[in-house]
Design a protein. Structure first.
Length: 234
């Protein structure tokens, strides 16, 4: 593999989309009422509450309704992603939550690290939420954070479908020009944005992901496992 840096999406790329939709989202909604009841006026919770639009941060009822609405529509609002990470923290710490990585992920992290290939994460989930996920996986080792060079989200990089976001990420690591980066994602629009920024980029096709159009298959390299990277087209 010619890339010196691998930039990774999370959902549908390193772990199933179902983990987020069927495990993490319900966990956050279940944890929310007690969190609001016990922490609504606490300084610890204020930074999450105050990040919400004022009309939704006025009462617990309005706050809850807004969170439920955003999650139902899967709106990737940065203030929601920050709150979700906070709500998930307890679950990861107690062992109730553990990220189910695809089988090829943890071994490939180890081989990339051994080959001096840097691993960087870019997800719409907040950076704290990303660190919780990679710190508590079903992989071996369970904590993959020591192998990861950097983390980016929509706050410190920008929207994932805009080329400028990928350009901003590259600027943070000037020792590697865009052409030395490989971005892997299940999202065609994200792959196209990364390519416009000068990166190499492939679509990752995993079980449970949305079906790809024939046009997407013709225009982009598609892999089903990180183990296929050695044979992928450049």
């Amino acid at each position: 593999m010619s890339a010196k840096v691998v930039l990774l999406d999370i959902e549908g790329t390193v772990c199933p989309i179902s983990f987020v939709k069927d495990v993490l989202f319900p966990y956050a909604l279940e944890a929310l009422p007690d969190t609001l009841k016990t922490q609504w006026d606490s300084p610890q919770f204020s930074k999450y509450k105050d990040a919400f639009p004022s009309e939704y941060a006025a009462t617990q009822t309005a706050f809850t309704s807004h969170v439920e609405d955003l999650m139902r529509r899967d709106v990737k609002a940065p203030y929601l992603k920050s709150l979700q990470g906070y709500l998930w923290e307890r679950g990861y710490m107690t062992g109730e939550l553990k990220a189910p990585l695809f089988p090829d992920v943890a071994p490939k992290f180890a081989s990339w690290t051994a080959d001096k290939v840097q691993i960087v994460i870019y997800s719409s989930g907040s950076v704290p939420a990303q660190k919780l996920l990679f710190g508590h996986t079903n992989g071996e080792p369970a904590n993959l954070i020591p192998m990861i060079t950097d983390f980016f989200d929509t706050v410190n990089a920008g929207p994932k479908t805009e080329a400028s976001s990928y350009e901003k990420i590259v600027v943070q690591h000037p020792e590697h020009p865009a052409g030395e980066w490989l971005f892997l994602s299940d999202n065609v629009k994200e792959v196209e944005a990364a390519k416009r920024a000068g990166m190499q980029s492939y679509i990752v096709e995993r079980p449970g992901n949305a079906d790809l159009s024939e046009e997407s298959r013709q225009q982009h390299t598609v892999i089903k496992s990180f183990d296929e990277l050695a044979n992928a087209e450049h």
